[in-house]
Design a protein around this ligand. Structure first.
Ligand SMILES: [Cu+2]
Length: 344
């Protein structure tokens, strides 16, 4: 009897101690250089109640040459392709190259142990080069300003010492301008609506649900994320941008507690646009065609993170491995993402 009492008291005393050790491990695993997903992703981590995070993120997507299905076309082939495509397009010009830059301000705040809220402000800067069909001359259009703004809440569905399962409940608000025009393509003759990929926002409210599972080990961490971007209804120009579905898997390997490298694989599925903007003339250029917006891409991510005195630097280079695009579209060659963040 005496012995049984001793065991019972012993276990009762040890329980809170073992929980304290576990809590220490829990925080330690989540405060290393791999505490955030690779730089191109978000919605993968929570903050402590009352903790803020401020992040500046830069992304650049570079596209050169057109692609029909999985085949790359020269500029001349792109113009020829449009003569017999359905619908007929590229009769005025073909896009040849595009640089899509994005500056982002990302603010997060932990509300409770299980809920973190965030917002994301976007400043896109878009430049597209073209070649005219008639005389082979080239021209460049540019657009920049406020993009759409995202608000979201990250909800912890499950955690143990090594795992987090996080639901992302988010939506974007159409703060990006979709009505801008340019006289450059017509050499000043007429003012035309900028084509779809040159616009600053979607014009719709978008639902952006996602879910992330992260698994922490002593030497690094694994992640699996499914993230969507789903326009609700149609905008004032009577169209809706692509539904987007992204499936990401990654592994971050710790070089030390303060430095990590990562490798990531992204599957991206995009539907064609819904509806049609009456100001987007299909015949002129392929970037006006709603049915030439969908496709599938497989992207690789090679990343590096450094955690230096609470400052987290996170960079990632993202070459495209494979693309199968509907109709004819500019192909994505590579992307980069770089971010600085700090929690306090
Ligand atoms: Cu954060």
């Amino acid at each position: 009897m005496k012995f049984a009492w001793r065991v019972a008291i012993g276990i009762t005393c040890l329980l809170p101690i073992s929980q304290a050790v576990q809590a220490d491990n829990f925080d330690a695993l989540r405060s290393r250089a791999d505490k955030h997903a690779p730089a191109s992703l978000m919605g993968d981590h929570l903050h402590d109640p009352g903790e803020w995070m401020v992040e500046y993120k830069y992304m650049n997507m570079y596209m050169e040459d057109n692609r029909a299905g999985s085949r790359t076309l020269s500029d001349a082939e792109s113009i020829a392709f449009g003569a017999s495509s359905n619908p007929v397009t590229n009769r005025a010009a073909t896009p040849t190259q595009m640089t899509h830059e994005m500056h982002m301000l990302h603010i997060m705040r932990g509300v409770t142990d299980d809920i973190t809220v965030y917002t994301m402000l976007m400043l896109p800067s878009i430049t597209m080069d073209h070649q005219r069909r008639m005389d082979g001359s080239s021209f460049t259009t540019h657009n920049s300003g406020f993009g759409d703004t995202t608000f979201g809440a990250l909800l912890r569905l499950y955690s143990d010492v090594n795992d987090d399962l996080i639901l992302n409940v988010a939506a974007s608000v159409p703060t990006g301008d979709i009505f801008r025009t340019s006289t450059i393509p017509s050499r000043g003759a007429t003012d035309q609506a900028l084509p779809y990929p040159m616009r600053l926002g979607s014009g719709t409210f978008n639902a952006k649900p996602g879910i992330t599972w992260k698994h922490y080990r002593d030497t690094g961490s694994f992640g699996l994320q499914f993230q969507t971007n789903l326009p609700v209804g149609r905008n004032y120009r009577d169209y809706a941008v692509s539904d987007e579905f992204r499936l990401n898997t990654w592994y971050s390997h710790l070089l030390s507690d303060n430095f990590s490298t990562s490798v990531r694989l992204e599957n991206l599925w995009r539907t064609n646009y819904d509806g049609a903007d009456p100001a987007a003339n299909d015949m002129m250029i392929s970037t006006n065609v709603e049915g030439f917006r969908g496709g599938y891409s497989l992207n690789l991510g090679i990343g590096f993170s450094a955690l230096i005195k609470k400052h987290l630097l996170n960079v990632e280079f993202v070459p495209t491995l494979y693309q199968d695009l509907d109709g004819i579209q500019l192909e994505t060659d590579w992307q980069v993402a770089a971010s600085w963040s700090r929690s306090f």
